[in-house]
Ligand binder design. Structure first.
Ligand SMILES: [Zn+2]
Length: 447
């Protein structure tokens, strides 16, 4: 079923601007400048700098000057490239002042994808330290305050989330379950419940925006409510918390305002294993409020839980470098998988259910393939499009917030050139629909 029409030119919606690899959803004019600057820089570099001469920190400056001089004299087109490069660098410097090194990282990351010639420079540059803190030293309060002060509001929670939930009051119970102390009037926390909850219907939880920057998680949960939830409410009690981390939604950030990852904060007393890619972090207001609200629902046993997420290019260009800086460890680059995948619990794999979800989502968007080591985000692949990790509850993930027999974390890839915003939203909706239809078509639907 088609979703409501949206303005394709609104900031963050126009698909061409997904080119901006940082996933920052900037305003249109800013993105055009950034796009131009990135193209010109890569293009100029390809003409002027031979691969063997690429040096980031200027150790080879005299030789490069010689090469540039020679090319300038012998090739007028190279002169244009040089000029274009100079303009690009100027624009980038201005941009970096405004956005610190975030934009520069993004352009470099784009260069890695677009130009093999620029790759060696890009690889070296990506290793530059995160602009906040001292490499090797964990952040204290001052660094966290600096990080917070440099975040910006990029979009409206009120317009893009709250107003849509208010419009559902006729059909669902729309309940406030808390507010973020960062700005309690701006960031009330809302959940939506299907009507007529009865004890003999299985209970279903959908969570979105635990990572606020992951747009399709939030909009997918809302779309499910708008288009599908009423039908399924005949068979299930449905609870949806569409935007668990609204400050992160507005600022397009993975962390909350206290520089803590909400999707590691659901079990603050969980064991920390050094070197493991998933580890619990401190409690957050976002997770505490949701845990308390779910407990207040007095559900003995949940049937299933869909926690809607994305894996984005900005995970590598911004958020993982930021995490390494915050924790005082070295950033280890990883590959961003191209396509949709699911995260399952190795202690409760539910392989058939996950298989059904992948089969259905494949009709909407492409499924991620393993990397050359057979892994996706460094984790083992248990079946096509599904990775297995230790118990989400032990890691502090939202997917472990209930005792649901069936729980999964969806991971949409919104930066793929072949996945539109609409496809990303529909991939999330399709996951939920496929997961619920699995129970309806099974004989033991009261599993
Ligand atoms: Zn996420």
């Amino acid at each position: 079923m088609a979703g409501p029409a949206k303005n394709p030119f609104a900031a963050g919606n126009f698909s061409i601007f997904k080119f901006c690899p940082c996933g920052c959803h900037l305003g249109m004019a800013r993105q055009i400048w950034l796009l131009l600057a990135g193209c010109l820089l890569v293009h100029g570099a390809a003409f002027v700098v031979p691969t063997s001469q690429v040096q980031v920190h200027g150790q080879n400056a005299p030789a490069m000057a010689q090469v540039q001089q020679t090319r300038y004299e012998s090739n007028p087109y190279a002169a244009f490239s040089l000029a274009a490069m100079s303009c690009s660098v100027g624009m980038l410097l201005g941009w970096m002042r405004a956005r610190r090194q975030h934009a520069a990282r993004s352009v470099i990351y784009a260069a890695m994808r677009l130009s093999p010639l620029a790759a060696s420079a890009a690889e070296q540059s990506v290793a530059m330290p995160y602009p906040i803190g001292t490499p090797g030293q964990p952040w204290g309060d001052a660094e966290k305050a600096e990080w917070l002060a440099t975040r910006e509001i990029e979009r409206s929670y009120d317009k893009e989330v709250l107003s849509k939930l208010q419009g559902m009051k006729e059909r669902f119970d729309v309940l406030q379950y808390g507010a973020l102390s960062h700005d309690s009037s701006r960031y009330p926390l809302f959940a939506v419940k299907s009507r007529d909850w009865v004890k003999d219907k299985p209970c279903v939880l959908v969570t979105g925006g635990v990572h606020g920057y992951e747009t399709s998680g939030v909009q997918g949960a809302i779309r499910f409510l708008e288009t599908e939830a009423e039908k399924f409410a005949e068979s299930f009690n449905i609870l949806v918390a569409p935007c668990v981390s609204p400050w992160g939604y507005e600022t397009i950030q993975r962390w909350n305002a206290q520089a803590v990852d909400p999707n590691r904060s659901f079990n603050p007393n969980g064991e920390i294993v050094p070197g493991r890619s998933f580890n619990p972090e401190a409690a957050t207001e976002e997770s505490e409020a949701l845990i308390k609200f779910i407990q207040s629902c007095n559900i003995d046993s949940w049937l299933c839980h869909f926690d809607l997420h994305e894996t984005t290019d900005s995970d590598e260009s911004e958020f993982r470098p930021a995490k390494a800086a915050r924790d005082g460890v070295e950033y280890q680059p990883d590959e961003v998988p191209d396509g949709f995948y699911l995260v399952s619990d190795s202690t409760n794999p539910q392989e058939e259910w996950h298989k059904k979800l992948i089969e259905e989502v494949a009709h909407v968007t492409h499924i991620a393939l393993p990397d050359k080591d057979g892994l996706i985000i460094g984790e083992p692949v248990s079946q096509h499009g599904v990775i297995q990790i230790p118990s989400p509850r032990s890691l502090g993930l939202c997917a472990g917030v209930t005792n649901a027999k069936y729980a999964t974390t969806t991971e949409v890839y919104p930066d793929s050139p072949s996945a539109s915003d609409e496809q990303c939203i529909m991939a999330q909706v399709k996951s939920i629909v496929a997961g619920l239809n699995y129970f309806l078509s099974a004989e033991d639907c009261k599993a």
